[in-house]
Design a protein around this ligand. Structure first.
Ligand SMILES: NC(=O)c1ccc[n+]([C@@H]2O[C@H](COP(=O)([O-])OP(=O)(O)OC[C@H]3O[C@@H](n4cnc5c(N)ncnc54)[C@H](OP(=O)(O)O)[C@@H]3O)[C@@H](O)[C@H]2O)c1
Length: 317
């Protein structure tokens, strides 16, 4: 099968498209023919081995996982021992935590996969796993959002942000999004009640208070969180220094600021599938690349200006 492999750390140019053996099914895994992937910042962090401390997990001197990629959507072609959750022919989507998704076939544990609703296509569902799980868990698991509460979402036009806006609306919140002025209409179209363009108004001087402040971009200060929120959730980070300062200040304060890494799990993927099936959320696909151009797709999202998601297609169905 074809797969995008990496044997050292570097930019998208070090990715090789290779012919390698199909992975071998283990217990509680399904073999999926990949129809589409989506790109996430995690892909270029893994590819570059940055931030450096992450190499303790990625591999100290060279990457320990050969194939890049996390988000996939495709067709089950075979099931491993003790699998009752899926059968060959099922359309599924999911997230491979340790990579391996930018390939023609993946072996995925059943507990990180879910079924695709009949009415939805592989491309849209490929855009959902990491960004959707992060948005959902930020709002519910960690943010404890209640119906009618107000939420401020920084980075509202990106992969995670555009889904956070829509899920918050679907859960009955009052939503204010922060994005660049060129994306105001886009964020309004997602259902945001208010939009603040960060390049026209200084967000660090805003005084309105919200029940929950979610920072997907990662440039809000601890004072910003405390001034604008009753509780805060940190998703992305801009610099390690900024992140370390925030976490230190948070540990010394009674203000609730939580930072988390989203977990891939079927229960939450099913919730996302239901929201998308009921047309309460949709994935905005800004760009579609053929699989041969996966390195180009990674290079594009690395600029951090994506409006929604970037999807890569292996096979048109
Ligand atoms: N904790 C977790 O489990 C988890 C999971 C997924 C992602 N993340 C992290 O979350 C971050 C966002 O991920 P993503 O997938 O949403 O990335 P993305 O799709 O690349 O998001 C890019 C967005 O960032 C916005 N942006 C750029 N500069 C900004 C600024 N100064 N203020 C506010 N927004 C700004 C851009 O909006 P404009 O073009 O409108 O400026 C763009 O829409 C990344 O750092 C990623 O590593 C963490």
């Amino acid at each position: 099968m074809k797969a995008f492999t990496k044997y050292k750390y570097g930019g998208p140019e070090i990715l090789n498209m290779e012919d390698i053996k199909k992975p071998i099914l283990q217990e509680k895994q399904i073999l999926v023919q990949v129809m589409a992937n989506s790109a996430n910042p995690a892909d270029w962090h893994t590819l570059r081995g940055k931030p450096y401390f992450a190499r303790f997990a990625f591999g100290l001197f060279k990457p320990k996982d050969k194939i890049l990629g996390a988000d996939f959507a495709g067709l089950v072609v075979e099931i491993g021992p003790n699998v009752s959750e899926f059968k060959p022919g099922d359309r599924v989507f999911g997230e491979l935590i340790d990579g391996g998704a930018f390939a023609e076939y993946v072996c995925a544990p059943v507990n990180v996969c879910a079924r695709i609703p009949d009415s939805k296509d592989f491309r849209e569902m490929a855009g959902l796993p990491i960004a959707g799980l992060t948005a959902l868990q930020a709002l519910t698991t960690h943010g404890k959002l209640e119906k009618g509460e107000s939420v401020l979402i920084n980075g509202a036009s990106g992969g995670v942000g555009h889904l956070t806006v829509q899920i918050a609306k679907a859960y009955g919140a009052q939503v204010t999004g922060i994005c660049s002025h060129k994306n105001i209409e886009f964020v309004q179209s997602l259902g945001a009640d208010q939009v603040i363009p960060y390049d026209r108004q200084d967000i660090h001087k805003q005084n309105t208070q919200y029940d929950l402040v979610i920072d997907t971009h990662g440039n809000l200060t601890f004072d910003d969180f405390k001034r604008m929120g009753k509780r805060g959730i940190l998703i992305g980070f801009t610099t390690l220094k900024h992140l370390a300062r925030l976490l230190l200040q948070s540990s010394l304060s009674s203000f609730s600021l939580k930072q988390f890494t989203a977990k891939a799990r079927t229960r939450d993927l099913d919730s996302l599938a239901n929201l998308i099936k009921e047309d309460k959320i949709k994935v905005n696909i800004e760009k579609i690349y053929p699989y041969q151009k996966i390195p180009e797709a990674i290079g594009y999202i690395e600029k951090m200006r994506t409006k929604g998601k970037v999807v890569m297609v292996w096979k048109d169905l």
